[in-house]
Design a protein around this ligand. Structure first.
Ligand SMILES: Nc1ncnc2c1ncn2[C@@H]1O[C@H](COP(=O)(O)OP(=O)(O)OP(=O)(O)O)[C@@H](O)[C@H]1O
Length: 173
């Protein structure tokens, strides 16, 4: 039997819109996303000033996007878990969230190694802000920065959520 969700979108433009909405929502909802956003800005400023090689810039941008990606998956898992247990307490729900958070922590640890590689590679520090050493690297950093600022500060579209109503007892409590 072939299953297709009735909500499945066929339009590429609509798919992009939904993905954009998901990212905007996560930035508004998750403190970790906002922390990563400022860390990403620090990384971009560091690389714009010190101009490491194109390879370093591409790898660091990829790792930064992987961290955002992991945080987005973590947020999606938290939402689905909350929905599945109806916002109630359940040990398996807690475990699922812990495992998802563990996955993002593993990636954060991996990115630390990349961070050390980048910093060690730029020693001795040479400030080359005004020299176009790698125009492509600079262009990629600026494009990534603009994209992140747009999704970070885009106004979030409110969604209607109906939480499960409390059943009243005979005493009306
Ligand atoms: N429904 C639940 N039942 C049992 N334990 C839960 C439940 N929801 C959350 N927990 C526990 O509380 C912890 C924090 O949950 P919460 O949803 O606040 O995640 P969070 O702190 O926002 O995580 P992150 O920082 O990764 O976004 C979870 O890791 C889990 O251990």
């Amino acid at each position: 039997m072939h299953y297709t969700s009735k909500f499945k979108t066929r339009s590429f433009r609509k798919s992009l819109q939904y993905a954009f909405h998901g990212i905007v929502y996560a930035f508004h909802q998750e403190a970790n996303m906002r922390r990563h956003f400022w860390l990403f800005n620090a990384l971009a400023a560091f690389e714009l000033v010190l101009r490491p090689t194109l390879t370093v810039v591409v790898v660091s941008l990829f790792v930064a996007m992987c961290i955002f990606c992991a945080e987005l998956f973590n947020t999606a898992i938290e939402l689905v878990v909350d929905l599945a247990v109806g916002w109630r307490h359940h040990p398996i729900a807690g475990l699922a969230k812990d495992v998802a958070a563990g996955a993002t922590s593993m990636l954060a640890l991996g990115s630390l190694f990349v961070g050390v590689w980048i910093i060690v590679g730029t020693v001795p520090l040479r400030f080359r802000l005004l020299t176009a050493v790698h125009p492509l690297a600079t262009a990629m950093l600026l494009v990534a920065c603009v994209a992140m600022w747009v999704v970070r500060f885009w106004p979030v579209r409110p969604i209607e959520i109906s939480y499960p109503e409390k059943k009243e007892t005979q005493d009306g409590v």
